[in-house]
Design a protein around this ligand. Structure first.
Ligand code: GTP
Ligand code: MG
Length: 198
């Protein structure tokens, strides 16, 4: 897929404020600082369209981008950010889960996982919640430039083994680096393929 246009539409505080759900939507989700906004920029080949930061908790609203005038790419706030108060964290979680459960045009969630870490309970639980809620998702490993290739492969395999303890089949898995623009074409072709059958 060639990105002809990529435009910021709006930031929304909750799913009720999001743009009209008239076209297919794909959302990026994952822990704070995992690299959601960076990967969105890399995929769209735009430098600062989605705001990134070294400090976790940068994205606090639901951000919609209109791509090629035909589909939405959505940048969500991160979950599990430890440095905010418990009640604020709960508010964020509610915002995210309500968005996922109520957004009618949501076609697929890309769940981002930092490849440097071993499987974390919070991410695994989140994916199980998606499964139970009937939400289609794919896994996107991020920041592969930070590991040597053999270690990255080892980490991916450990993750797959962990997933197969709960799932009969593995979801679609992508391995990416926003820094090196790796894996971005694969994600776009996947979206293209789904858009074509919708
Ligand atoms: P929140 O909005 O806070 O939830 O974070 P986010 O998931 O959107 O992360 P963001 O894209 O802001 O990136 C967080 C930090 O990780 C930034 O300092 C990025 O430069 C860095 N980063 C993101 N992707 C990559 C990558 O592929 N490789 C490397 N080396 N660094 C990355
Ligand atoms: Mg962000």
């Amino acid at each position: 897929m060639v990105i002809k246009t990529a435009n910021f539409v709006k930031s929304s505080k909750q799913w009720q404020d999001c743009p009209e759900p008239k076209i297919p939507e794909y959302a990026f989700i994952g822990r704070s600082n995992v690299g959601k906004s960076s990967l969105i920029n890399a995929i769209l080949n735009r430098k600062d369209l989605a705001k990134t930061s070294q400090t976790p908790g940068k994205t606090q609203l639901i951000n919609h981008f209109l791509i090629n005038e035909t589909w939405f790419l959505t940048d969500l706030p991160g979950y599990g950010y430890a440095k905010v108060s418990k009640s604020l964290r709960k508010d964020f979680e509610k915002l995210i889960t309500n968005y996922i459960l109520n957004r009618k045009n949501l076609v697929n969630l890309f769940v981002l996982i930092d490849i440097r870490h071993h499987p974390q309970k919070l991410d695994l639980e989140f994916m199980q919640w998606c499964g139970k809620s009937g939400i289609p998702f794919s896994i996107v490993f991020t920041k592969i430039d930070k590991l040597k290739p053999n270690i990255a492969t080892e980490h991916t395999n450990i993750y797959k083994e962990e997933l197969l303890k709960f799932w009969e089949e593995l979801p679609e898995i992508f391995t990416t680096s926003a820094e090196k623009k790796q894996g971005t074409k694969e994600i776009l072709s996947y979206i293209d393929k789904i858009n074509a059958i919708l």
